[in-house]
Design a binder for this molecule. Sequence first.
Ligand code: IPE
Ligand code: IPE
Ligand code: MG
Length: 236
Amino acid sequence: MDNKERQERKEACPLKHVAFIMDGNGRWAKKRGMPREFGHKHGAEVFDKIMRYCYEVGIGAATFYVFSTENWKRPKKEVDAIMRLLSQYLDDCKRQIKDYNARFIFLGDKAIFTEKIRKKMYEVEEMSKDNEYIVNLALNYGGRDEIAYAANKLIAEGKTNITEEDISRCVYTCESPDVDMIVRTGGDLRISNFLLWQSAYAELYFTDKLWPDFTTDDVDAVVENFKQRKRRFGGV
Ligand code: IPE
Ligand code: IPE
Ligand code: MG
């Protein structure tokens, strides 16, 4: 797709920023008698496909919940497997950055990751910074952590009176437009510490499908569903 076509699709697409809670990898693997890590591997492949498809349909920014501040509680074997997948994905990203047209931004405090992973994250952000399709990857991300981070940033700026606009420009998603729709797979009806600030007026979409079963047709269904929503933002 050339730039002109991308711009046309972007203008035509009502969904400017979609965010995914990619849940259900573990259950998907369990159903197949496989370890949870097997589900994460498939989940990572589905993420890559969905991320590229969102670009095709003209979505301007897509955010993916990859690993939360709470997910460190999981068994070491599982966390290690996720970190290995992340490291491999970052290598792939660096190799393919030109065909993606994606601008990767990592949401969350990078300090917790190993130096090797952290370095790759910075490289991917730097290498992709001029691309226009925003892909936010929430890693070591927590909505509460993010609000505290924004508040600390404002203190460091010397602010004594904080406005909503101040917080909005200091949250990790500050490069993206407002989140229009949050999609959660896996059947649970909760937010799990995701985009607490940004979800104020986001539409919510829940599906029982497990993340590794999520398809490009499901993205089409999300966009169609979004078109039916009547957003009032407190007005009439
Ligand atoms: C989401 O899938 C991926 C991460 C949280 C890393 P889960 O691993 O939570 O899968 P379920 O919810 O246990 O099935
Ligand atoms: C939310 O899923 C986090 C990610 C998808 C990365 P969880 O599986 O961690 O959420 P809970 O524990 O069911 O709330
Ligand atoms: Mg889960």
